[in-house]
Design a protein around this ligand. Sequence first.
Ligand SMILES: NC(=O)c1ccc[n+]([C@@H]2O[C@H](COP(=O)([O-])OP(=O)(O)OC[C@H]3O[C@@H](n4cnc5c(N)ncnc54)[C@H](OP(=O)(O)O)[C@@H]3O)[C@@H](O)[C@H]2O)c1
Length: 288
Amino acid sequence: MSFKILLLGASGLLGSQMDIACKNEKYFVLCPNHQTLDLENPKQLNQYFDEHPVDIVINCAAWSRVDDCEKPDLYPQSQCINGTAVGWLADICMRKDILLIHFSTDYVFNGRKQGYYNETDSVDPVNAYGRTKLMGEQQLMQTHSKYYLIRTSWLFGCGGNNFVKTIVHLLKTRPQIQVVNDQWGSPTATVDLAVWTMRFLKEKPPFGIYHFSNSGYTNWYEFAREIQNQICEFQAEIQPISSALFKRPAARPANSQFDLSKLQKVFHDSPRHWRAALSDYLSKEDFH
Ligand SMILES: NC(=O)c1ccc[n+]([C@@H]2O[C@H](COP(=O)([O-])OP(=O)(O)OC[C@H]3O[C@@H](n4cnc5c(N)ncnc54)[C@H](OP(=O)(O)O)[C@@H]3O)[C@@H](O)[C@H]2O)c1
């Protein structure tokens, strides 16, 4: 079946891979840029939908600068893009009977659970970004019923800045780097999330919330070590450090490993291990 898709945030880390995945499926994709379709402008949003009928919206647009969300002068804008505007989108999709695929984050959890987080676990964000993303989730669920709300975590891939790129850059340019070893989570290759999003369209599981990451989990220090091991080139020393000593404006959950059993049950399949996805990414991006 062919779909007409509106993809928001196509210039971003996830959106750029989503665009490729949609085109690989031969779907018709509209990718208006930020200026053409500004999520902060509800009038423009309504007008765009009236002029461009679509079957599906894939919303990869977001304010993703976690530390900047803590700044009082920037918080209202991040709250509008990640929260209020998701409600506007959901309202339009509800009125026009459009399927809405929206992405959220592991940062809606406080990280104090022992073990894996599943889709029914209580949410309790520890930073401002998490609060804006939670607002988006709530706005969506209160307004529309035809949605996939896909929570993901620790994204890496071609098409935007990400942890892997940062670590490779630091390994290249410094003799020694420090990386936190007390935050645990599940890395996710954007290419895998994009391909699995296409599976949601094709296999049509029940609407609702799903957790998606690659299989396996790690902490940021071990993740950095694995990058260095796989790249085999830059011999800078990587030192573990606690988050108490590595101060950042926004707190991060200490644990946000995802339970993938709902996803595995509906698709009878599992995402590949993050190490395999990392190896694939390192072979594609030119780091030299
Ligand atoms: N990155 C991660 O590690 C991570 C982890 C968990 C969940 N997520 C979620 O995954 C999704 C994708 O994140 P990402 O890292 O790919 O984000 P990203 O690289 O920062 O891309 C964000 C996209 O949103 C667009 N955008 C920003 N403000 C907009 C506005 N007012 N109107 C229209 N478009 C706007 C940006 O366009 P311009 O560049 O032109 O402004 C860009 O294309 C988000 O929902 C995010 O919360 C990300």
